[in-house]
Design a binder for this molecule. Structure first.
Ligand code: FAD
Length: 399
């Protein structure tokens, strides 16, 4: 859609997303959908609208961000399973006659033509596929084959935690809002998706998409110190169940549903970025250029912002078949500040909040910043702006 006048060949490795990596669609992305004329269609699809983000610190319930005053068409954050969102985007893109999507095509290598990347080789169920292109965009995520084959240097910024994911059933009497609970060395996120909860205990859980679609269930994300998943497993399943139930006592009546470690998946968290996002004929964007932490749930939005910036800067050049290295460098320059600023913010939270919580066995109380947000609700507009719009939001340029 962003490159609608150009011939776009998109390759995707799988038929469906294979594990949970975010459901959040922020106001900045909703605004891009508005600019592309597809927002109304998107809002007809099943989703949840979250106007405020909050959590629980110890026994105190706190509200952190209020999206209702943002200068955007949507004053909320939308929650939609990532595979539903990807299906929606590919359906909309398929309306452009120049867009061609091949599923089950796994990029394995780059094609080099006179020192320039001239396309990719991919493995498909029908054999090897070669796609020639004047520009190859690596948007293949944090374990990017494209960046690895190109030999681009990765700067690892580190992450102190991992996430354990699991599913529990949901009851009509459960609390309604999406919340994170921080207390005594533990962090638990529960995302209410109406027919199920999505949660994460922070240490590498992989959920099968089919599991997440089961109605009347609740999925949880439990945050753990990096590399401690084996230790947690050794303490036994009952100890793990009780840790979860101690954080959210309303889960006690169904915690026995976790009957096997196979029901609990581990997702490792990585934060890194490339020193250089490009090479002649190649550009990396999204997590392939800068793997994001789940903190703030902003990675999907940042990846989309990169795509908009790339289309704005490269679209006219592509039409003249004249994309130079300095054009690619311009994309990195444009997106470098928001990437660095967001990662800096994530690392600040990781090191000053997450690491401290995971390393403490004391009952927590809300820090002064959160107390201020409760006393002066108007201040909740600041985190809403940072999370909802991010740094340097992009806009679709008229073509
Ligand atoms: C535990 C966890 C929770 C998170 N929660 C959130 C959240 O709630 N909200 C949020 O905004 N962000 C979240 N993030 C961050 C977010 O997942 C990423 O920042 C975001 O998905 C990056 O988007 P992307 O398109 O660059 O990469 P991805 O979403 O990883 O997409 C890459 C795509 O490329 C495909 N692919 C990979 N290799 C190949 C290949 N060789 N050939 C062809 N295709 C290939 C993959 O199958 C995938 O479809 C979370 C991250 C983690 C680790």
């Amino acid at each position: 859609m962003l490159f609608e006048h150009d011939n776009v060949n998109a390759l995707a490795r799988k038929e469906k997303a294979q594990h949970y990596a975010g459901d959040t669609i922020h106001p900045s992305t909703l605004e891009i959908m508005y600019e592309l004329g597809i927002l109304d269609e998107f809002l007809k699809r099943p989703h949840q609208q979250v106007t405020e983000l909050g959590g629980k610190v110890g026994s105190e319930t706190v509200t952190i961000a209020d999206f209702t005053h943002l200068p955007t068409h949507c004053h909320f954050l939308a929650l939609m399973p990532q595979w539903d969102f990807l299906n929606f985007i590919t359906e909309q893109a398929s309306r452009c006659p120049t867009f061609h999507l091949r599923m089950q095509a796994e990029v394995t290598d780059l094609i080099e033509v006179n020192g320039t990347v001239g396309g990719v080789r991919a493995k498909t169920p029908h054999g090897t596929l070669e796609i020639r292109a004047s520009l190859t965009v690596g948007a293949d995520g944090r374990r990017s084959v494209v960046r690895e084959r190109a030999g681009l240097k990765v700067i690892d910024l580190g992450a102190p935690m991992d996430v354990m994911w699991m599913r529990l059933s949901r009851r009509p009497t459960d609390p309604p809002q999406t919340l994170g609970h921080f207390d005594r060395g533990r962090i638990l996120f529960l995302i209410n998706r109406e027919d199920y909860w999505l949660g994460a205990h922070t240490s590498d859980c992989r959920f099968q998409a089919a599991d997440l679609r089961t109605p009347e269930s609740l999925i949880c994300a439990f945050v753990i110190p990096k590399g401690t998943a084996d230790e947690i497993r050794q303490r036994g399943l009952e100890a793990f169940r009780q840790e979860i139930a101690a954080l959210e006592p309303f889960l006690q009546d169904r915690i026995a549903e976790l009957g096997d470690w196979k029901q609990i998946s581990l997702l490792t968290v990585t934060v890194d970025r490339l020193a250089r996002w490009y090479q002649p004929g190649l550009l990396c964007i999204g997590d392939a250029a800068h793997a994001m932490s789940p903190i703030g749930g902003v990675g999907i939005n940042l990846a989309i912002q990169d795509a908009v910036a790339a289309a704005n800067l490269l679209g006219p050049k592509l039409r003249q078949n004249n994309v130079t290295e300095s054009d690619l460098e311009a994309v990195q320059r444009r997106r470098s500040f928001p990437t660095r600023a967001t990662q800096r913010f994530q690392i600040l939270i990781q090191n000053n909040v997450i690491r401290k919580i995971l390393g403490s066995d004391k009952t927590l109380s809300a820090p002064w910043v959160l107390k201020l947000l409760q006393r002066w609700p108007v201040l909740r507009r600041i985190p809403a702006r940072v999370l909802g719009l991010g740094f340097r939001p992009e806009h679709v340029k008229a073509r």
